[in-house]
Ligand binder design. Structure first.
Ligand code: AMP
Ligand code: MG
Length: 411
């Protein structure tokens, strides 16, 4: 049996980010970019108007007021996307729309509200200083500037920036494919009629959902009997994935064969049993370099082990730097008892009140009690050394529900 932190260290030390693949920028959303993207040209590419109005030479407008308008001759109309035909001379202006490039000689824009059209002339009703309402070439991004750096998680803002730079494809870390298999003679699949002594393999689905929630892909390998040959062939089949998760068969029962098979097929079993509850019987190894997580069969043990060990591994494979759930300190609202030497993960409900977090247990904590997991939005982490934790104590809490991070209404 090894401590949780050591298990996590061993696992993560052996996991590396997957190679890069080229994807469309929309497919890159939520993924980690593996290249530095530099601007091939200025953004905006040319000086252009920030307003609908008239491009002018600021010095021509110096004396303009509502009472004493300056009258300028309009040389042309410049809608956005067109090229000005001629530069402005003294006493001239060009009608210009937002985003259109400025004609030569113009150094300011007088917005429509401060002008009055008069045939081929325009009355300027307010003085403009040089630079007024002009977007300068490169004011957003200068040519050569790195705007999206390697390791960045692509959000809508990055997608917009990549598009603005003309990048339709980028290189991101591949998503791992995760082989999922459930072991146990008592298991049936969801649509088979379960007789009284059979149970539905809910782990096949809970694990798959956890993998998908982590943004990795699933390879469902179904249910395997507690039988040497079947297990060996399924584990071999699973080794074409990037990571393998099995559930069940890792305890000390007569039919708990997964540990032996991992040793036999993979020839590596790095550890078995972690000092935690739930989730103690975890077995970890590799088959042909593919990490194998032998998760315990009990539904909550399986889910909690996934949270502690598999999710961070998948995020690391996808190139993420922040691979752990957000942890907060919360005030405990129950008295809790535990065994020494094991780290406990108690299913809990966190709420926020007057800027502080409070947490209480969601009830019965047996490793087969899935209901308390359904009711939980967090895991309360109780350290190995403690045996009883009184209400009112500040405890460490892992948030399973990211919406908690923005529970307070913005001002
Ligand atoms: P095991 O670790 O194989 O001894 O399994 C422990 C318990 O977990 C079993 O008695 C089942 O009740 C439950 N269990 C095992 N596999 C699954 C599964 N795939 N889905 C739901 N429950 C399971
Ligand atoms: Mg079993």
């Amino acid at each position: 049996m090894i401590p949780v932190d050591e298990a996590r260290q061993i696992i993560l030390d052996g996991i590396n980010p997957l190679p890069l693949e080229k994807v469309n920028i929309l497919e890159a959303l939520g993924r980690v970019i593996g290249e530095d993207v530099a601007a091939p040209r200025n953004l905006p590419p040319k000086n252009n108007s920030a307003m609908d109005g008239y491009a002018v030479r600021a010095e021509d407008t110096k004396a303009a007021t509502t009472q004493n308008p300056i009258v300028l001759t309009v040389t042309e109309d410049i809608p956005a996307g067109t090229i000005p035909k001629q530069p402005l001379g003294a006493g001239q202006a060009a009608r210009i729309m937002t985003g259109a490039p400025l004609p030569g000689g113009a150094d300011a824009v007088v917005r429509m509200e401060n002008t009055r059209k008069d045939g081929g002339k325009v009355h300027i009703l307010a003085a403009a200083v040089s630079g007024l309402d002009i977007r300068v070439a490169g004011e957003d991004v200068a040519a050569g500037e790195t705007v999206v750096g390697r390791g960045t998680v692509i959000r809508p803002a990055e997608v917009g920036m990549l598009a603005a730079l003309g990048r339709s494809f980028v290189y991101v870390h591949q998503r791992p494919t995760v082989a999922i298999l459930a072991t146990g003679d008592e298991l049936v699949d969801i649509d088979e009629p379960p007789s009284d002594w059979k149970i539905i393999s809910s782990n096949s689905y809970a694990t798959a959902a956890q993998v998908l929630e982590s943004s990795a892909a699933i390879l469902q390998l179904g249910i395997v009997k507690d039988c040497r040959e079947d297990l060996i062939s399924k584990f071999r089949e699973a080794s074409r994935a990037d990571l393998i998760i099995s559930s069940g068969g890792v305890s000390v029962g007569d039919y708990d064969l997964v540990k032996d098979i991992m040793k036999e097929v993979g020839n590596t079993m790095q550890f078995w049993q972690v000092a935690m509850r739930p989730g103690k019987p975890l077995a970890y190894g590799a088959i042909q370099g593919v990490p194998v997580f032998g998760l315990p069969g009990n539904p909550v043990s399986s889910m909690v082990s996934f949270e502690q060990f598999v999710r961070p591994s998948l995020l690391k494979m996808m190139g993420h730097k922040n691979i752990f759930r957000r942890q907060i300190r919360a005030i405990l609202e129950d008295d809790l008892e535990k065994m020494a030497e094991l780290r406990y993960f108690i299913r809990g409900w966190v709420r926020r009140e007057a800027g502080r977090y409070y947490v209480r247990s969601t009830g019965e904590q047996g490793s087969g009690i899935l209901k308390s997991m359904v009711r939980a939005n967090a895991l309360i982490v109780l350290p190995e050394a403690e045996t009883s934790i009184a209400r009112g104590t500040e405890v460490q809490v892992q948030l399973l529900d990211t919406s908690l991070e923005h529970a307070d209404r913005p001002d």
